[in-house]
Write a protein that binds this ligand. Structure first.
Ligand code: ZN
Length: 477
């Protein structure tokens, strides 16, 4: 530090905030002053630490977490003694996510979370519960505390009972439920019964975000009013707009399960994500009619599904943030552009049929502030430089498909390749450094991103050089 400029600590913290987690850990080893600076809580806000085998952590490690004011953890399976350790050393936990426990759990396992008085946020992924996950005593303890709950790919004894318990969590603002089968050895996934789902929607009056998934097997149509419970005070009138619900995500619904007017009650929706798993032949695309009533929609994300041409005409003009994980042609882009004149954030894929997207984008979407392109099969070429014509663009993310990375990694070429890096440098120059170019996948948020929604595959993990360092395996996320 003696050789470095004398700067106020706040300035140092600001500079260090630009580092990745791995870089922060490397810098932390530099000297005692840097260690103190790196452990400033502001640098670790919203960070989730992955903990496994709690016996090996030293007092110094727990001290470090406390200095950073870390209150979010991801854990795999915890033994009874490990639970006690966690309560002792991190009593202020606000969020815990269980990932890949890989065992069969009983109700009492979950009751350990009640020992954290400040716990507001629980996630459970990829596990099997032999007994109800939310028993009545745990539900009553969490009833007022819990604001966020996400459960994905968890085999439960009875989904309907689970959802009935969730309906009691009156302060819930965020709910993610991606259904898995019930009991053992059954491949069928029965949807949560309509009346149970309606009771949930009507009970959770503070719910802002709902991510609802069903790997419907076999696919059978749900009732027309499945997403539109009637107001109990005026029966028969579909009135549910979700008093506070502004964000909806549908995961893995085959097209034939939800009716054309499925979203008619959601006219106040600001954000819609639809993640298709597969499309059945002969079933008409319903997205066009789902989008029609959503005239206040600002964020739209479509992953997979039908060809774009089936619904581009009904994309609401209010959309300013658009993510498309579908094959895009230049013709599609031409037809989308007039529909979304206020588009500021675009996230798309460049594939073989896209042609020269980069050359076309500045003409079609001149208001763009951020742009994210994922390249398939070939890396960006010189037409990348055309993006400097986007006068408002400040952030550009260039990513590549995983197989692309592996192939290049084997050949000893990193991403971005020297050629792409040269284009990036030129683009920065042309824009007079207005555009920040990012070439790594953003970090996964283990609390919010289950396996169904996380699209990253390599960037969220550590680079191979860092993986060799002992300490870093504590911070997988
Ligand atoms: Zn999921």
């Amino acid at each position: 530090m003696e050789d470095l400029p004398q700067l106020p600590p706040e300035v140092w913290v600001y500079i260090l905030s630009f580092l990745s987690t791995e870089e922060k850990h490397t810098v932390r080893f530099g000297c005692r002053q840097l260690k103190v600076l790196i452990d400033q809580p502001s640098l670790w806000r919203n960070h989730t630490v992955m903990l496994c085998d709690l016996r090996r952590y030293t007092y110094g490690f727990w001290d470090m977490l406390r200095h950073r004011k870390l209150t979010r953890v991801a854990v795999r399976h915890l033994r009874r003694k490990e639970w006690r350790r966690l309560v002792k050393f991190l009593p202020t936990l606000s969020a815990v996510v269980f990932v890949d426990g890989g065992r069969k759990y009983k109700a009492k396992y979950m009751e350990n979370v009640a020992h954290f008085p400040g716990l507001k946020d629980i996630g459970v992924r990829n596990g099997t519960w032999e007994e109800p996950m939310l028993g009545s005593s745990l539900t009553s303890k969490l009833q007022e505390r819990l604001t966020h709950l996400s459960v994905c790919n968890v085999r439960l004894p009875c989904c309907a009972h689970f959802i009935q318990a969730v309906a009691h969590l009156e302060n819930l603002q965020y709910l993610l439920f991606h259904q898995q089968g019930e009991g053992y050895g059954l491949d069928t996934v029965r949807p949560v019964p309509c009346e149970v789902f309606h009771n949930l929607l009507l009970s959770l009056k503070k719910l802002k975000h709902l991510s609802w998934g069903m790997r419907g097997e076999p696919p059978a149509p749900l009732p027309d009013n499945y997403l539109s419970p009637s107001d109990p005070e005026s029966p028969g009138v579909p009135s549910y707009g979700g008093p506070a619900l502004t964000s909806l995500e549908l995961v893995d619904y085959p097209e034939c399960i939800l009716p054309e007017n499925a979203l008619q009650s959601f006219s106040s929706l600001r954000s819609l994500t639809v993640r298709y798993r597969y499309i059945r032949e002969g079933i008409e695309c319903r997205l066009a009619s789902w989008l029609k009533p959503l005239q206040q929609l600002e964020t739209l994300c479509i992953v997979g599904g039908n060809s774009l041409a089936a619904y581009t005409t009904t994309i609401p003009s209010s959309v300013s943030r658009l993510t498309l994980r579908v094959a895009i042609t230049l013709k599609d882009m031409d037809s989308i552009a007039p529909k979304v004149p206020a588009l500021e954030h675009l996230d798309i894929e460049q594939n073989r049929s896209s042609g020269s997207l980069c050359r076309r984008i500045p003409m079609l979407f001149p208001q763009l502030k951020t742009l994210r392109i994922r390249f398939f099969r070939r890396e960006p070429e010189k037409d990348l430089l055309s993006l400097h014509r986007l006068r408002h663009l400040v952030r550009l993310e260039l990513l590549v498909e995983r197989s692309f990375i592996l192939r290049d990694y084997l050949n000893g070429h990193p991403w971005p390749s020297p050629c792409v890096q040269e284009h990036i440098n030129q683009l920065r120059e042309l824009s007079q450094n207005r555009i920040t170019v990012i070439t790594t996948m953003r970090r996964r948020n283990p609390l919010r991103e289950c396996d169904c929604v996380w699209e990253g595959d390599w960037g969220g993990r550590l680079s191979s050089s860092l993986r060799r360092k002992k300490t870093v395996d504590l911070f997988l996320f």
